[in-house]
Design a protein around this ligand. Sequence first.
Ligand code: PDD
Length: 290
Amino acid sequence: MTRTFYVNGEYVAENEARISVLDRGFLFADAVYEVTSVLGGRLIDNKNHLIRLQRSLAELSMDSPCSDDEIEAIQEELVRRNDLREGLVYLQVSRGAADRDFGFPDDTTPSLVMFTQEKNLLSSPKAETGLSVITVDDIRWQRRDIKTVGLLAPVLGKQAAKKAGVDDAWMVEDGYVTEGTSNNAYIIDENGVVMTRHLGNEILSGITREAVMKLSDACQVQVIEQPFTPEQAYRAKEAFITSASMFVMPVVSIDGHTIGDGKPGDVTKRLRELYISIARERTDFSDVTS
Ligand code: PDD
């Protein structure tokens, strides 16, 4: 079955989905995006993804192509048309198409593109075995809090991981881990305390991160928001990552150092199970309480 894509007001077959070569997303990476997970045909935590989308747009003085309700209606229609039960909806907004010039054009219409991807989110084999990661230099720009499509640094990080025969890379700046190439990074010490970098311009404020903070609170797992070094990570009892495309995923090896006993840790497993059980029955994590 060929997928249906959404491009600027129209639902079209994948091989007919087209945007202009003058689109500023294509020429300048002048575009932002969101990835929302889908379970049982339902969008998970989408309101928060759309809040972050609006923030990214505002930070770049970019107009929204339509209201949040309209965007969500298109996401839902795309899920329906593609009969997506489990996977992802990708959406991208660019400043639009205009003759190539660095400054913002005066009157372009933002472009909106969306597509779906099937993905096994619940029964991923890596959730059983855990991921291996390496560390790489964080060579990204200084506004990683904005979810732009300027992703060449993460692409190179992921490729370095692939070449090293591992699953992913954690990026390091000034001696501290910032985050994974497309996920937030966490370690857990021998007392069961979770450590993850504080929010700021250096990392993306993950929607899954926010949910996991609430879940940790609810099950009395202490989280400290502060940077950690690769050396601290090597000595951690557990490690994991979070993202809309992985939920909570254990990490069992960092730069060749085995984490804990080399198997997904208990706290990580608990957080993953809790995240999934709530995601399956609700659309967001707003009413999670301890
Ligand atoms: N990536 N950090 C970075 C650099 C990311 O690209 C992502 C998401 C996250 C996690 O954010 P969230 O929990 O909101 O998905 C953190 C998406 C999934 C991607 O690029 O495919």
